[in-house]
Design a protein around this ligand. Structure first.
Ligand code: FE2
Length: 340
């Protein structure tokens, strides 16, 4: 039997890989964005500034001193996660992330996908794609992409066991047995997995099973309850896995979140403490319109909470770092946690 020996969650947003002096680049995008979801409403940037007046001193939060402090804390937390994972030295990492129009587009957008080929490529930065990105995103892309294409092993046996268990548990999960291609060739694995390879695994070729959720693009967004239950199914699959590579030590990773691009510290604290305390009532009753835009990646964490629900591992918050970049309270609520 395989054993889940460790879990961790890490934000993966572009600010983590952007010098604090340049966080303004992303704030410029925020000011142009006409639709900011926040606590059930959707606002233009000026409306957001107005409704959040008095909530917090965002000007102070945006000061370079505070930003530098936040940036340092983020880097320390990422370094700590990288070191912990190196110390645990698992045989396999199951990464739960979301696809953001990287492999899946309007032609097909599955709610849950398990990748089940023998290997996966994290592609080098494509200069043509770089040109299509806003400066703030382009600057941060090196955090998810290696200088040259990297190929990593995928334990297909375990991926198939997860799929079989999902189908047995009545999750009609999609599979991807081959990386998609476009005119330029193979499309590299998405940012949610690429960031973990680069920043936490430091490009070590540890076998990884990528599991991709559609958290971002309505209408087929899985609910938090569905994500948690899917996670439990994945957990059962790992615990019962007795294939050619059994006896393996498995780590689980939640990639992304928490609230962004409008930071909502109340939501972040509520979700993080519910996940820590296995408080499914709070998770399941959170209104669905709280999980929009980047904040939807909280569902990656909820899925991982489901995977770890029946283990004895306990969540420890390494740090929560609200990293503000604008007067509207936009940025990313960065969270880093381990389940030890
Ligand atoms: Fe993301």
């Amino acid at each position: 039997m395989a054993r889940i020996v460790y879990g961790f969650g890490s934000s993966h947003g572009p600010l983590l890989s952007t010098p604090p002096e340049r966080w303004d680049l992303r704030a410029q995008d925020d000011r142009k964005n006409p639709k900011h979801p926040f606590r059930g409403g959707v606002y233009t940037f000026p409306e957001l500034v107005e409704i959040r007046t008095g909530e917090k001193d965002f000007q102070k939060e945006m000061s370079i001193e505070v930003r530098r402090d936040r940036h340092d804390r983020n880097q320390r937390a990422l370094d700590r996660l990288a070191q912990k994972l190196a110390d645990v030295d698992p045989d396999i990492v199951v990464v739960v992330g979301d696809d953001q129009h990287e492999w899946f587009f309007d032609d097909i957008q599955p709610s849950f996908t398990v990748y089940c080929a023998d290997q996966v490529i994290n592609a080098a930065i494509d200069p043509e794609i770089m040109k299509t990105k806003s400066p703030g995103i382009a600057l941060a892309m090196s955090a998810s992409h290696p200088p040259e294409d990297q190929t990593y092993p995928v334990p297909r046996d375990l991926a198939l066991a997860i799929i079989e268990q999902a189908i047995g548990d009545e999750f009609d999960v999609a599979i991807s047995a081959k990386q998609p291609t476009d005119a330029r060739g193979v499309i590299g694995v998405g940012h949610a997995v690429g960031f973990i390879y680069r920043r936490i695994l430091k490009d070590r070729p540890v076998p990884v099973v990528p599991i991709l959720l559609n958290t971002y693009f309505p209408p087929n967004l899985p609910t938090p309850k569905r994500c948690f239950e899917f996670g439990r199914s994945i957990g059962r699959a790992i615990a019962g896995w007795n294939g050619a590579f059994a006896d393996k030590r498995v780590a689980i990773c939640a990639s992304g979140g928490i609230s962004h691009f409008v930071i909502d510290e109340e939501f972040d604290n509520r979700m993080l403490s519910a996940i820590k305390n296995r408080d499914t009532k709070t998770i399941f009753t959170e209104p669905l319109n709280m999980f929009l835009s980047g904040t939807s990646e909280t569902k990656n964490w909820i899925t991982v909470a489901g995977i770890l629900a029946e283990t004895g591992l306990e969540m420890n918050l390494i740090d929560y770092v609200p990293s503000y970049r604008s007067e509207g309270g936009t940025g990313c609520g960065m969270a880093f946690a381990s389940w030890d």
